[in-house]
Write a protein that binds this ligand. Structure first.
Ligand code: GCB
Length: 710
């Protein structure tokens, strides 16, 4: 074997750091140890000439085992926060899991003699706040989408009969967790909670906790790297806690109003631990006089069914009860609201009565500070604005939001559409991508199934193209959601316009322009006449199109799978831009015509299900005055006008049972580089990124006031 250059260094590392021919660790268990073993065998000739000098330069890191099944309601249990300043190392070469010379970044430091070559350190000179995205904390990391190692110590005195969990409410986008030098678990996917049982890995006294955070995305991840219009913040974006539970504890439970007429509440409790079988579980709802109990089966699951006289949860009266679940060793108290939600024909029924969803969509970004939202104050600020709009509903786009938001929504009485980050083009045929998505649906429901506010689980946003692979993929997600949520919340998806729908709109525009007295150029008229003939037919047919309804009929086969059809439409904004490209008139004329025809649009679907307009909107920069005068694109006036036309249009479709205009607040998006206006913000907010209300805010507020009978 020829040993040269870097390879020699690598071989020396092996000699210095452990037994030659050390047993190969299980793949993914400990990358640093694996590297040492490989180098050792390289040196002794086991691997012959196949050695790989790239070993020296970090490289890909294998995934560790999955986290442990998720517990719900961390706040209702004994816990200690691990929020605060964490030490960090930015690792764009992915060196840390193996480390130069085998000192992986997760290895606790050893006593120093002053003669060790170690080329990284964790110390207070470089720190990031947790929770928090790194992009807005350090301008050097604004557009960084790679690896950062986070480290902090925590103290613990372990007690007999207890288990300890590290609980993360969200790490974007992939987390490797290490404690006291031990690789423990990998969680894939941002925005969803996970926890790791560290009872064995933790010790009395100081513990050395390291999390490798990888924000890299590609075409097979969810979300993908490119096909969604929001900023891909990296970091430990949400709360971190050390949770203490008894050896056997109630990991998950669900209580929900199963029958409105009789007041029957159904539920179940799932214990986790060695004593899970045949245990008595007590459930108390003192304020409703409920004191009941059941025994767990061999799998540690107890089921409940009892009747109670409960004040129903609703937007007008968001009543929550303290529900206490006790298994003898622990009592977990949750604040739970009781209501029913159902789809019947074209209607949405809340507590058995039809309800119109006066909504708004929002991203999980803060109004109070730059970057992602992550605490109660953020939730109160955003949802407070929704209340100011007289909303009773919010669409939490495009991924599960932080838990504070759901808790505040429960308290404020805002119904919630909850979704996972399946946006546009996804690697539908990739089984690994499907596994990621199924995991997200599970994580999301495991955290939030007791939130009365959540009325729909959505499986996708503007997913495309309408292929069999996509349908099979999303059908599995819908089935997963149905099987994990016994309360049978409706499943939704936000669909998007397809060519057949746009063709109908184009026909109407052609007919309209053909008879438009402001379009005078004979050549243009001739072109329009030609288009009308080809697309519509004879004069009678053109007259029918001109004076009839403009039906937008949704036929996407995903409509069959879901219970509620969301639809994103951009009449007055994108549609005018897109369709003007195929019309012989300018964009201004197309926009004017489009705004005129909107009153005749009717949204329907082939499945007889209710439609919620999950998005509409227009961009406006707060205070912008165009050189072209008032009402130009990007002005508040134009945005407000689109809202007026939209609200009028949507009120004419009896299929439409609610709306969530896009979007509450201007949000960061790397897709929006227009200087002077966007500056990397999507400007469709009803308020600016700092909460300044735009004109459209008041249009919507007044509309909702009137809708709610205020
Ligand atoms: C959409 C997407 C949303 C975008 C929005 C827009 O249809 O669902 O993610 O941000 O349009 O502003 O273009």
């Amino acid at each position: 074997m020829k040993i040269t250059g870097h390879c020699l260094l690598t071989a020396l590392l092996a000699l210095a750091s452990g037994p030659l021919l050390a047993a190969q660790p299980t793949p993914g268990e400990d990358a640093a140890a694996a590297q040492k073993a490989r180098v050792a065998s390289m040196l002794t000739g086991e691997e012959g000439e196949k050695h790989d000098v790239s070993e020296l330069f970090g490289g890909l890191v294998q995934d560790l085992p999955s986290p442990d099944p998720l517990m719900t309601n961390v706040d209702g249990r004994a816990h200690q926060t691990l929020n605060g300043a964490w030490n960090v190392v930015v690792d764009e070469h992915s060196m840390g899991a193996k480390g130069l010379f085998g000192t992986a970044y997760y290895t606790p430091p050893e006593p120093q003699t002053g003669m060790e070559l170690v080329e990284f350190s964790f110390d207070p000179r470089r720190q990031l706040e947790v929770p928090g995205d790194w992009n807005t904390q350090d301008e050097r990391l604004y557009r960084y989408r790679d690896i950062v190692w986070y480290q902090r110590d925590f103290d613990l005195q372990k007690a007999a009969g207890k288990r300890y969990y590290l609980h993360f409410d969200g790490v974007n986008y992939k987390a490797h967790v290490y404690l006291n030098g031990k690789p423990l678990a990998t969680h894939r996917g941002g925005y969803t909670a996970f926890n790791v049982d560290v009872t064995d890995a933790a010790k009395d006294g100081s513990n050395y906790l390291v999390v490798r955070v990888d924000a890299y995305l590609d075409d097979s991840t969810i979300p993908t790297k490119r096909t969604s219009d929001f900023f891909k913040y990296g970091g430990i974006i949400r709360d971190v806690d050390l949770v203490t539970v008894p050896a056997t504890y109630a990991r998950q439970y669900q209580f929900y109003l199963a029958d409105l007429a009789s007041g029957r509440v159904d539920g179940w409790v799932q214990l986790d631990g060695p004593q899970a079988a045949n245990r008595e579980i007590k459930v108390d709802i003192d304020e409703a006089g409920v004191h009941t109990s059941a025994r767990t089966d061999a799998n540690g699951r107890a089921t409940f069914s009892f009747t109670a006289k409960l004040d129903l949860w609703s937007p007008e009266h968001p009543r929550l009860y303290d529900v206490a679940v006790s298994d003898g060793d622990e009592q977990v108290v949750d604040r739970i609201g009781f209501r029913t939600i159902a789809i019947e024909g074209k209607q949405i029924l809340l507590n058995g009565k039809p309800v119109y969803l006066r909504g708004v969509a929002l991203h999980d970004e803060s109004i109070l500070k730059p970057g992602m939202a992550n605490d109660r104050a953020d939730a109160e600020a955003s949802l407070g604005l929704a209340r100011e709009l007289n909303a009773n509903y919010v669409r939490l786009a495009h991924y599960p939001h932080n838990e504070h938001t759901l808790r505040v929504a429960d308290e404020l009485g805002l119904m919630v559409w909850s979704e996972i980050p399946i946006v546009s083009l996804i690697d539908w045929a990739n089984p690994d991508t499907l596994q990621q998505a199924l995991g997200m649906v599970r994580d999301n429901i495991d955290r939030d199934r007791n939130r009365a506010s959540i009325v729909f689980w959505s499986v996708s946003n503007e997913s495309m193209p309408q292929s069999p692979e996509r349908l099979a993929f999303l059908t599995q997600l819908a089935e997963q959601a149905r099987s994990l949520d016994e309360s049978a919340r409706p499943i939704a998806s936000a669909l998007v316009g397809d060519p057949a729908e746009f063709k109908e709109i184009l026909k109407r525009l052609v007919a309209e322009l053909l008879f438009d007295p402001q379009v005078t150029d004979p050549k243009v008229k001739q072109q329009l006449a030609g288009m009308a003939k080809k697309m519509i037919g004879d004069d009678d047919a053109v007259q029918k199109v001109l004076h009839g309804e403009l039906e937008v009929m949704l036929r996407d086969p995903l409509g069959e799978v879901v219970d509620l059809i969301g639809y994103n439409e951009y009449f007055g904004w994108y549609y005018s831009a897109g369709l003007s490209r195929v019309l012989p008139v300018d964009e201004a004329t197309t926009r004017r015509t489009m705004l005129n025809i909107m009153k005749d649009v009717r949204f329907r679907n082939a499945f007889g299900k209710p439609i919620v307009i999950s998005e509409f909107g227009a961009g406006a920069k707060k205070g912008f005055v165009s050189e072209h005068g008032p009402g130009a694109i990007w002005s508040e006036e134009y945005q407000a006008k689109v809202y007026e036309k939209q609200l009028d249009m949507l009120g004419r479709s009896d299929f439409v049972q609610g709306i969530s205009p896009w979007v509450l607040k201007d949000f960061r998006s790397a897709m929006r580089p227009l200087n002077g206006i966007q500056e990397l913000y999507n400007r469709k907010g009803l308020v600016s990124e700092t909460g300044e209300r735009k004109q459209a805010f008041f249009v919507l507020r007044d509309f909702y006031a009137q809708k709610s009978g205020k």
